[in-house]
Design a protein around this ligand. Structure first.
Ligand SMILES: [Zn+2]
Length: 419
């Protein structure tokens, strides 16, 4: 299976871009000089600063995931690329079950511990330090579009999950033509950039079993919270997080891969209760969690060889290959610079994936040079496409106008096309 690797000469992966992204994320998740933390998710509540903009869509994405989890059987979840631990904390609060976070950024894990009492694991999604099938459900929200080797990240998620993998990405297009245009506008230099633009067929080719690609949130829902109040936002999230087929009106895709004959059933809780809890969940700026949940120690393994880890207070060591890893404030930092070999065809099949699908994704998202003229033409075509979508979308005009007002800033508009 050398084909799914990249540096075909030595058959290992070069993770330099991943290291660059990790540094960027660490600076992103750090507190500022005054000690204040600018949240990635709206952890302080709707419209309360400082959190990243577009709260409505962020609540919509969280609601979509919660609705999916409400229809699946599970006792444990792992959120990979979990940021400051917002989703696992929501899952613990609403469902009262074991939910963990893993993040490549140690700074993000520190925030998860401070705010939510979650001791995460510092890990790379492309080489997760967890044993096979250790969690019922593995979640990755707005992660797969940023991965240097997305096929590897998806393989790792499927390997570690026993029941289902639940993914969201806003970088998914119902139209293959639109996806191809997007792929030509990519920026491979900027850390944490949107490198992978998906089409529903990618997931059907990759996962061996039941796969659902659903509309999590609809287009034109990414509205600045300054132009919408919480009541309106709740109505919008309720109405525009439909979990039905993925069509042209969709913005965020929710992908559910059901492993080992797992199935989706009737909701365990009323969706309205979940929506209410989602919008009432918040922490104060200076809040510090009193109770600290431990990391999932029994599920950990060495990211190099998957051997057992001997845990000590300030470090842990692989009992097989003897590699040592630091433990910082209780958070295992299971990162390594060691070369990574691609999984074998039998490993891929055992995880529930199809080797052909892995190769398809590797090829589709491999960096390619695009001339400036070609890139510019694609941006022009995308702009026309957006205009057409805007006019024909069934999203209410009142919402579309609010979206337009939000995007009227030229820099935001350019950023829409060149990420
Ligand atoms: Zn090892």
């Amino acid at each position: 299976m050398a084909e799914i690797g990249f540096k075909k000469t030595d058959n290992t992966f070069n993770l330099d871009y991943t290291a660059k992204t990790k540094d960027w994320l660490d600076s992103r998740y750090r507190r500022d000089n005054s000690g204040l933390y600018r949240a990635h998710r709206p952890i302080y509540g709707f419209g309360i600063e400082p959190s990243e903009k577009n709260h409505t869509i962020r609540y919509g994405i969280a609601y979509g995931i919660l609705k999916a989890l409400n229809r699946l059987q599970w006792e444990t979840t792992l959120d990979v690329g979990g940021g400051e631990g917002y989703l696992p904390k929501l899952l613990r609060t609403i469902f009262n079950r074991e939910s963990y976070t893993s993040e490549i950024s140690l700074e993000a894990n520190l925030r998860a511990k401070e705010f939510f009492g979650l001791t995460g694991v510092t890990a790379d999604v492309q080489r997760l330090p967890f044993k096979d099938g250790s969690f019922d459900i593995v979640i990755a929200s707005e992660v797969i579009e940023h991965l240097q080797y997305p096929q590897l990240g998806l393989y790792e998620m499927a390997r570690v999950a026993s029941e289902a993998v639940v993914i969201t990405t806003a970088e998914a297009y119902a139209s293959e033509r639109e996806r191809v245009l997007r792929l030509k506008t990519r920026n491979f230099q900027a850390p944490h950039s949107e490198r992978n633009y998906w089409h529903p067929s990618d997931f059907r080719r990759l996962f061996d079993g039941e796969v659902r690609v659903l509309t999590c949130t609809k287009a034109f829902m990414d509205i600045d919270e300054k132009s919408i109040d919480q009541r309106e936002a709740i109505d919008l999230v309720r109405n525009m997080t439909p979990l039905d087929d993925y069509d042209r009106d969709a913005l965020d895709a929710l992908i559910i891969f059901l492993k080992n004959d797992a199935s989706m059933g009737e909701p365990a809780l009323e969706d309205e209760i979940i929506l209410d809890q989602l919008f009432s969940f918040k922490v104060a700026h200076n809040y510090r969690a009193v109770e600290i949940a431990p990391p999932p120690v029994d599920k950990l393994c060495c990211p190099v060889c998957r051997g057992n880890l001997e845990m000590r207070e300030d470090k842990c060591r692989c009992s097989n290959c003897r590699e040592e890893y630091p433990v910082f404030e209780g958070i295992p930092v299971l990162l390594t610079q060691k070369p990574l070999s691609p999984p074998s065809a039998s490993d891929i099949e055992k995880a529930g994936l199809k080797p052909e699908g892995m190769m398809h994704i590797a090829d589709k998202f491999a960096p390619k040079d695009t001339s400036r003229l070609n890139k510019f033409s694609c941006i022009v075509l995308l702009a026309f496409n957006l205009l057409f979508r805007y006019i024909t979308s069934t999203v209410p005009w009142k919402i579309k106008f609010k979206w337009l007002r939000n995007k009227a800033n030229p820099s935001i508009f350019i950023n829409y096309f060149v990420k």
